[in-house]
Design a protein around this ligand. Structure first.
Ligand SMILES: Cc1cc2nc3c(=O)[nH]c(=O)nc-3n(C[C@H](O)[C@H](O)[C@H](O)COP(=O)(O)O)c2cc1C
Length: 173
């Protein structure tokens, strides 16, 4: 099973990238590919630019890459209660190329933050809107207080309850 994991974050130190990659590697016999959304950076979306540029190749490439997956795991970073600007830009461009960008792949939606809120606002937004973009969300999880619950040195979850929640989620893929 090919699993594509990504963080909806452009941070080189993204905790959500760590979480998405970690979770993808819990899938038995998975062929895991972790994407970096910086590889799909485009000008700030506007309808004026769209008229000028059409559909950028990078938006088409991102859509095609998601199409290679048997399952998709996205961990959303939360900025001011919503998507990061980097993700929103990629999402907007790609949705104009093809609105159903998640392509009905079985999908896990995760979100984490350093605080106890666990990026729940963006998680709720992503889960609620996914069906409008051909998102087949089979499970979701807010992962709170990342640095308390994920050991950076060993790359391992230190909170057993959260780990068993994630193990249960990957079984749904
Ligand atoms: C501009 C900005 C806004 C943020 N807003 C929120 C927020 O609304 N809720 C939250 O839980 N964390 C917020 N944070 C903290 C992020 O959760 C934290 O930076 C986290 O590491 C982002 O995920 P990432 O490492 O995967 O990019 C914000 C951070 C930045 C830089």
């Amino acid at each position: 099973m090919k699993v594509i994991a990504l963080a909806a974050s452009s941070s080189s130190q993204s905790i959500n990238k760590k979480l998405a990659t970690y979770t993808a590697n819990l899938v038995p016999n998975a062929d895991v590919e972790t994407l970096d959304i910086n590889d799909y950076e485009m000008p700030l979306f506007s309808e004026d630019r769209e008229k000028k540029l059409g559909n950028p190749q990078l938006a088409k490439d991102f859509y095609a890459k998601l199409g290679e997956a048997d399952a998709i795991i996205i961990a959303y970073a939360e900025h001011n209660g919503s998507y990061t600007a980097a993700w929103k830009n990629l999402f907007d461009w790609t949705s104009r190329f093809e609105r159903g960008l998640y392509q009905n792949k079985p999908m896990l939606v995760l979100a984490s933050s350093p605080g106890p809120g666990g990026a729940r606002n963006v998680l709720d937004a992503a889960v609620t809107s996914a069906p409008h973009f051909a998102g087949n969300v089979v499970g979701s999880l807010s992962f709170p207080s990342f640095y308390d619950n994920f050991d950076q040195e060993t790359n391992e979850i230190s909170n057993e309850a959260l780990k068993s929640d994630l193990l249960a989620l990957v079984k749904k893929l």
